[in-house]
Ligand binder design. Structure first.
Ligand code: TEU
Length: 559
């Protein structure tokens, strides 16, 4: 048997550089700041850092709108500092994965500037240009960030496609020159020592064009004049071909040391099996979105309480579906999701520490590669936003403007934003209890959460009962025990809402993981007799009664 890839026992830490640590007092985090905080990462014990974009960018979407793929934005520092970061992480035994954003560029990228300059430009076909249809947009598709995906270019009278903000035009992957330019850029980064890529919305690069090159309307979205075009761009007809080509052109021969993870909104389990089958040479793992959609209504702004049964059914299906072939990535949080302790846990003072560590235990004991988003290891919570002026994210601002213009009650729209806005994840990391939380000597670009006085790294570092200490133990457990990395997964009690329980087994060793995912005590003696009296490997609370789980108590037991 070939040995399991190194990333099956690895844990990845995501840095959103803007909010991690500022070193020059301008209120925006930077590479210098990351270099100052390497001890935090070493102490935590993570194996890989995934760095959100630091490339030159107009920052319309905080760096996910890139105007130069092969440099660093002065806002974040210099290319030399990025080299320094690669070397510093390597010398501490960690790897660095960069964000690869190649579904779209910035409209200020020279490729787009040239493409836009004239319909006869040599790069016209590098993007999706279309003439008007019936005097309007070429299709009815809605953008992810409100409004249509088409923007009219007055000069040529043609529209260009942008699935996200209008400053993020989509690259045309049908054009082989585009693909070769991207692959060359990727090789350049690997040659510089980078250890892989997190690939932004990579399942959207193939759009469904018929033989005539036409894009087609999607089903109407109720209450709007727009349609859902996702059937034409999620896992489009050439997606596997493109990823296999990328693998051949970029990763072949050196992929064993690398990590590749494709961010894939809307990806199905069946597609994920294909994407992550090593024999096909596509990506190591994908970020799927099923579990983070379970509390969405018609849109992500329509709140719906999570039913834990649904989450179990979803995670259980993905665990089973990628058991034989492929691999899971595991996450609660990232820079696009509200804070897990506020969303799935209970961030009241009474239950915050227990629920943060319970959620962590539950996730990290699944089979797959866990991702920790900065601040999650401190139990950081959602921000107490008051009015619309407190938000900065383009998605939130566009949603507010569009919904209110469409006649929605601003109070209701705000309620959705408070819970679901991406800005919840983007407030500065809480390093200490000082006025700017140790994040900056200046004014932070987004306010520090007032709860940092209590919830910060300095307080938790030497406290054995802290959220931080618990994450350290979970990460160490994965490194120590092959059963945590590779053991078979079996979900228990699928119909029970309050107790999330499963086993992991490998070579005759079996772990039983039992988590009370509610804010009430819960008797487990009858539900799970095996749990009573089994050896406790790791727990998040002091066990008061083996037959009763305290609110948000989690136990990892050896049977
Ligand atoms: O996000 C892709 C995506 O579809 C969503 O998660 C999106 O952020 C939004 O929440 C939909 O409601 C990726 C990046 O992670 C995100 O930060 C970028 O804004 C987006 O792509 C465009 O590059």
């Amino acid at each position: 048997m070939t040995p399991a890839p190194w990333w099956t026992s690895a844990v990845v830490y995501q840095i959103y550089p803007r909010s991690f640590q500022d070193s020059d007092g301008d209120g925006v985090g930077d590479l210098g700041g990351i270099l100052q905080r390497l001890d935090h990462l070493s102490d935590l014990g993570v194996d890989v850092v995934w760095l959100s974009p630091v490339y030159p960018s107009p920052q319309a979407d905080n760096g996910y709108d890139i105007s130069d793929y092969q440099d660093v934005d002065p806002l974040f520092g210099t290319l030399e500092q990025l080299d320094e970061l690669i070397a510093a992480l390597h010398s501490r035994g960690m790897k660095l994965v960069l964000d690869l954003v190649v579904n779209h560029t910035s409209d200020e990228h020279p490729w787009f500037v040239e493409s836009r300059s004239s319909p006869s430009s040599a790069k016209r076909d590098w993007y999706w240009w279309r003439p008007p249809r019936d005097g309007g947009a070429p299709t009815n598709w809605a953008s992810f960030f409100s409004g249509p995906v088409w923007e009219l270019d007055e000069a040529s009278g043609e529209y260009y496609l942008h699935l996200f903000e209008k400053k993020q035009p989509d690259l045309n992957w049908e054009n082989p020159q585009v693909r070769q330019a991207v692959y060359a850029m990727m090789r350049w980064w690997l040659d510089r020592g980078v250890d892989g890529f997190r690939m932004d919305v990579i399942n959207m690069i193939s759009k469904d064009v018929g033989p005539d090159g036409a894009l087609h309307d999607g089903p109407p979205i109720p209450g709007t004049l727009l349609g859902d075009g996702s059937a034409s761009y999620l896992c489009g007809p050439r997606i596997h071909e493109f990823l296999q080509e990328m693998h051949r052109e970029v990763f072949a021969g050196r992929d064993a040391a690398l990590l590749t993870v494709g961010e894939m909104p809307g990806v199905t389990l069946e597609e994920a099996q294909l994407f992550t089958d090593p024999a096909r040479g596509e990506v190591d793992m994908v970020f799927q979105f099923e579990h983070v959609g379970l509390d969405h209504g018609a849109t992500k702004w329509d709140l719906r309480p999570l039913r834990w049964r649904d989450l179990k059914a979803s995670f259980g299906r993905w665990q089973a579906g990628l058991a034989k072939v492929g691999w899971n990535s595991l996450y609660w949080d990232n820079h696009d999701q509200p804070r897990a302790v506020s969303r799935y846990g209970d961030d009241s003072p009474e239950h915050r520490r227990a629920s943060a560590t319970c959620l962590a235990t539950l996730l990290h004991l699944h089979r797959g590669t866990p991702y920790v988003y900065q601040g999650e290891e401190l139990g950081m919570a959602n921000y107490p936003f008051a009015g619309i002026e407190d938000f900065q994210d383009v998605e939130s601002l566009n949603q507010y403007a569009a919904a209110v213009a469409g006649g929605a009650d601003p109070g209701v729209v705000l309620r959705g934003l408070r819970k679901m806005s991406r800005d919840n994840a983007r407030t500065p990391v809480q390093w200490d209890g000082s006025p700017t939380a140790g994040f900056t000597t200046g004014t932070p670009w987004l306010p520090v959460n007032p709860d940092h006085v209590e919830w910060n790294a300095a307080r938790q570092r030497d406290d054995d009962t802290s959220v931080l200490a618990h994450y350290r133990r979970l990460i160490a457990l994965r490194h120590q025990l092959p059963v945590v990395a590779l053991g078979d997964f079996t979900m228990l009690l699928p119909e029970v809402d309050d107790v999330y329980a499963f086993t992991r087994s490998l070579d005759g060793e079996t772990l039983l993981v039992v988590c009370n995912v509610s804010s009430r005590p819960c008797a487990v003696g009858e539900l799970l007799p095996d749990a009573v009296g089994a050896e406790l490997l790791l727990g998040n609370l002091k066990v008061e009664d083996p037959t009763v789980l305290a609110p948000w108590e989690a136990r990892v037991l050896r049977l």
